[in-house]
Design a protein around this ligand. Structure first.
Ligand code: MRU
Length: 393
């Protein structure tokens, strides 16, 4: 199975998987170089996630699970009982989860895969191909669900924004970090939502095979993306995707966002999420909270676009989210730590990778099952939405 790309459209294919083989696009090298790294086992997978070869909440989860699939597929034989095999797999999943803590998608995938492992272990006394197959099939099913859910997010988001924001006028959207197809499996959240606003002629020129439900023809005036310091996911990845998709787009410095809003150039802000807690508080790339505060100050609606795998109903508020701190080098050197030193040696650095935007600054959460709104109340009832929509899609 080849995933995560429009056929013949290799440049944005971040995860290339077929049974027994996994290759990850090295996103650190974009947009100037397109290099793929072979991932042979969970150690390679863990390092690729930690070092940001692959990043973005949904992509991290799938890349991690697939790295274990590749390791399992290539195991010649496993000597031991099914309990031994289950312990082996559980340990590997724990190890993968330790790579990056904030995005819940990875631990959510691990919980689901652990359930599959437990079931397979209970059914088979010995390790056999059925056991191995159960894990591989569950991961591949997860991957297919992600593709579907990402398309549905784009569709719901485009329809919702068109209905609520356009007033028959073209609109401008601001986004932060990278929530496009590099961070997931196909067009996700922002890119899908933005693509939904592409005019028909643009889509045809671009030769894209967009979902019919995304038609909100000719509605997007312009997409603005922030640089997203310090790692520059916005300038390196989102700008690349927007240009690639022929979406009219402008790159701004993170610090220009409030001025852009004040100039009346932003109709809505749409960002992704790494973890949304039960009350709607949302962890996303550092700088998201500042955008939400500015949007609120300027009366601009602020939307989070995320699959339900980014929702963590076990945490009641965002204060409970573990925020990953990354290397000082990302600030001390250019290109998010990959280039030459620019800051004074000896300065101390605080480099949280994410921040939490409180639910009261969020207008709606766009998911693959629909848009969660407050329905006139002050708070989101996410658990109720999840319960009501379970089984849909
Ligand atoms: O550190 P990163 O690049 O993995 O951070 C990614 C983000 O914050 C994205 O906005 C988020 O994962 C949403 S991706 C659909």
């Amino acid at each position: 199975m080849g995933i995560n790309g429009v056929e013949g459209d290799k440049t944005l294919q971040s995860i290339c998987y077929k049974r027994g083989s996994l290759r990850l696009l090295d996103q650190r090298k974009l947009p100037l170089e397109t290099t793929y790294l072979d991932i042979k086992d969970t150690k390679d997978g863990w390092e690729a996630i930690k070092e940001m070869v692959v990043r973005g909440a949904p992509a991290i989860a799938i890349a991690a699970a697939l790295s274990l699939v590749v390791e399992v597929s290539n195991l010649a034989s496993f000597n031991g009982t099914s309990d031994d095999a289950a312990t082996f797999l559980r340990k590997k999943l724990d190890y993968l989860v330790s790579s990056r803590p904030t995005a819940v998608n990875l631990s959510d995938a691990a919980v689901k895969l652990n359930e599959v492992i437990d079931k397979a272990a209970a059914e088979a006394k010995e390790v056999n191909s059925v056991f191995q197959e159960a894990y591989i099939e569950a991961t591949e099913a997860m991957l297919e669900y992600d593709v579907m859910s990402n398309k549905a997010i784009g569709s719901y988001g485009a329809n919702f924004l068109q209905k609520h924001l356009t007033d028959n006028q073209k609109i401008t959207i601001l986004t932060h970090c990278n929530t496009g197809r590099l961070s997931s499996l196909v067009f996700n959240s922002f890119a899908s939502v933005a693509i939904g606003f592409l005019c028909k002629s643009n889509r045809e020129e671009a030769g894209r095979n967009c979902d019919k439900a995304l038609h909100a023809q000719g509605v997007l005036e312009r997409a603005y993306c922030t640089e997203t310091r310090p790692f520059n996911q916005g300038s390196r990845l989102t700008a690349f995707e927007l240009v690639h998709e022929n979406i009219p787009a402008t790159l701004i410095a993170d610090s220009a966002a409030a001025a852009l809003m004040n100039a009346g150039q932003v109709k809505a802000v749409v960002v992704g999420a790494d973890r949304v807690t039960a009350n709607g508080d949302t962890a996303n790339k550092i700088g998201t909270y500042s955008l939400a505060v500015s949007a609120n100050r300027h009366g601009i609606p602020f939307y989070v676009a995320a699959p339900l795998t980014s929702i963590d109903l076990f945490l009641s508020t965002g204060q409970q989210i573990e925020i990953e701190e990354r290397s000082p080098k990302e600030l001390l050197h250019t290109r998010g730590g990959l280039g030459e030193q620019v800051a004074a040696s000896g300065i101390s650095v605080w480099n949280p990778a994410f921040d939490v935007t409180p639910a009261n600054l969020i207008s709606g959460i766009i998911t693959e099952k629909g848009v969660i709104t407050k329905n006139g109340a002050d708070t989101f009832d996410i658990a109720e939405f999840v319960r009501k929509t379970s089984g849909d899609l």
